[in-house]
Design a protein around this ligand. Sequence first.
Ligand SMILES: [Zn+2]
Length: 118
Amino acid sequence: MAKYSSKINKIRTFALSLIFIGFIVMYGGIFFRTSPLIMTIFMLFGLLFIIASTVVYFWIGMLSTKSVHVKCPSCGKQTKMLGKVDMCMYCREPLTLDPKLEGKEFDETYNKKNRENK
Ligand SMILES: [Zn+2]
């Protein structure tokens, strides 16, 4: 397994795990059936996680419109990239829009530096 994955894929995984956490928390509330207050708190927390994941999914949609469509030089597929450096969604080939970074080892900190400068 590669250490990095495409950013969009990563956010998607994050949103999906939020839904799972939400359901697990809600399920946990069942164990406190005897106390309606605690159960309600669990249900609300679970709901909160699910709402958060919806927000994240919405965010992915926003990001997707801003992402750059590039043809991956490695596998030839059309992929989306975010920021200066990202990975191919299909073959995890590191991609960059900045010629200065071309050939350098893939490092996500390039994006962070970029963000700090803004
Ligand atoms: Zn590729």
